[in-house]
Write a protein of this length. Structure first.
Length: 97
C-alpha cells in the first residue's frame, strides 16, 4: 500500500471553493455584510437597522440622518474596505436609507 500525499484541510477547502464559483461569491457577499458591523463598530451599529446585499448593492437602513450624510461622503472608501474584507469585489454601490 502506497502512502498518499497529505493535504491540509485549508488546501482542500480552497480547491473546493475555486471549483464552485457561486458558493465562493455567496460567502464573499456574506463576509461583506458582516464586515459592515465590524468595520464601523458599535457606534454606527446602534443606528443601523438592516443591512443586506442584493445584486452587488449593499443596502443599509439607518436611523440617523446625520450619520447617513457622513457615511455618504465616505461611500467609495467604505466600498473599498468592504470588498477588501470580503476577499473579492462584491459591493459595487451602497444605498443608505
Amino acid at each position: 500500500m502506497r502512502k498518499q500525499e497529505s493535504k491540509s484541510l485549508g488546501d482542500i477547502l480552497s480547491e473546493y471553493f475555486d471549483g464552485n464559483a457561486a458558493l465562493k461569491t455567496n460567502l464573499a457577499e456574506r463576509r461583506a455584510v458582516e464586515a459592515w458591523k465590524t468595520l464601523l463598530g458599535s457606534g454606527v451599529g446602534e443606528y443601523t437597522r438592516n443591512v443586506y446585499l442584493k445584486r452587488n448593492v449593499l443596502y443599509v437602513q439607518l436611523s440617523s440622518s446625520v450619520l447617513r450624510a457622513e457615511l455618504q461622503m465616505n461611500k467609495q472608501n467604505l466600498i473599498d474596505k468592504l470588498n477588501e474584507a470580503a476577499g473579492m469585489n462584491v459591493v459595487k454601490d451602497i444605498v443608505l436609507r
